[in-house]
Design a protein around this ligand. Sequence first.
Ligand code: NAD
Length: 483
Amino acid sequence: MTHDTPVQSVPHEPSFRESVDLMFNRAAAVMDLSPGLEEKIRVCNATYTVRFGVRLRGKIQTFVGYRSVHSEHMEPVKGGIRYAPSVNQDEVEALAALMTYKCALVEAPFGGSKGGLCIDPRDWDEHELEKITRRFAYELAKRDLIHPSQNVPAPDMGTGEREMAWIADQYARMNTTDINAQACVTGKPVDSGGIEGRVEATGRGVQYAVREFFRHREDVARCGLSGGLEGKRVIVQGLGNVGYHAAMFLSQEDGARVVGVIERDGALLCETGLDVEAVAQWITHHGGVCGFPHAEFIANGAALLEADCDILIPAAVEGVIHLGNAARIKAPLIVEAANGPITVGADRILTERGTVIIPDLYANAGGVTVSYFEWVKNLGHIRFGRMQRRQEEARHQLIVDQLESLSEALGKQWSPSPDFKQKYLRGADELELVRSGLDDTMRTAYGAMREVWHGNGQVQDLRTAGFVCSVSRIADSYRSKGL
Ligand code: NAD
């Protein structure tokens, strides 16, 4: 299997959507759901396919796009828009289903959706991409498939802040009197209604997920590792938005050593640790990792998935760990930063061997979590912390003043650490609040998964535990509606 080969081409492997459904079935098998409700939760409600033309380079070019809505048990539905040549209906439906389970797991009040456009963004210049994006947004918005209270997209592979700003603007032009127009999409630049910390949110969430895992010694022991994150050898596949931020935070803030990076054109290996920022810069300027100094280049990048390391973080595309290579994967801990990087068959092989997998529906939920905060911010029309920040500072100042006068009255010198006052007195700004909310979300969701993992004799792995948590919440939501 080459890097870019989608999972569908591997013989005898289910498609991506079937893979997600089979993972769902494993959880459903240990739950008490009526067959009708089980089916209702599993199936994708609707997928809209659009073909539209845009006049570019002197002729009309036709593009194919999708927006899939998996579950509307909560609205709006939420999920990214992906730009890649391989986008297809099966893929968007799989990704939409994962969004449903992910949102339920992290208690983001959304149903699941996903969209995609069959396009290689590298084939078009910025102006052309804007025309294509605006036209795609128009096609979706006129059917309420982009809408602040119905369907709220976000970035995914091949899209980012820039595309989200175009989509928001397009929606606003079509809905000039909608005061909540900005909430029609998340992942926007901060100066266009975005929120601090959204760009790096998914990578930050991966870091928080890994940190939370390492807080539980028993869990760490289950995969045969010990100690904390310091010095752990990490291999990351895909140094894009998610992979880059996860690798940066884990190496710079937690002392992990990124010994390998796998990209489209090959992989880099360096036992003493790669300078992640330097590799990212190299990719920006050279289009790939080939030629990067201070590291061994491996042309068959996918082979590095099988290399010896402590933590493997696939952060690129789905289906990269499959029946063909699962038995050779050495990493004892795999963190699914990408959606669906491990096929259902590979998952079984790895789990039976004792590999611990921190599953996608949890590991990469940081993006939708901070998107949720952005959506709330847009609907509230106010930046987080604006009302409280200075008041909080004033109250803290009161305490510091009291401590100073108390120490004076006692004739004792109060000497806090040099940065205590600066840290204690400063009220939280939006970025700090976003990080705190994200950290809390990741810890709470892990706790819920862990309880099922350790407490239910029939559940052997974190993925099934995650599905059990999500599906039981979705089932409760349907039941309370009388279904
Ligand atoms: P991105 O486009 O920013 O980056 C993807 C990176 O992977 C690029 O550097 C690309 O060159 C590389 N890549 C692509 N195919 C590869 C291959 N076969 N082998 C090695 N490298 C390859 O995308 P992203 O936003 O970082 O998304 C990556 C994954 O994370 C996707 O599965 C996406 O669905 C998931 N995800 C993204 C977000 C988000 O907020 N962006 C949120 C949740 C999940």
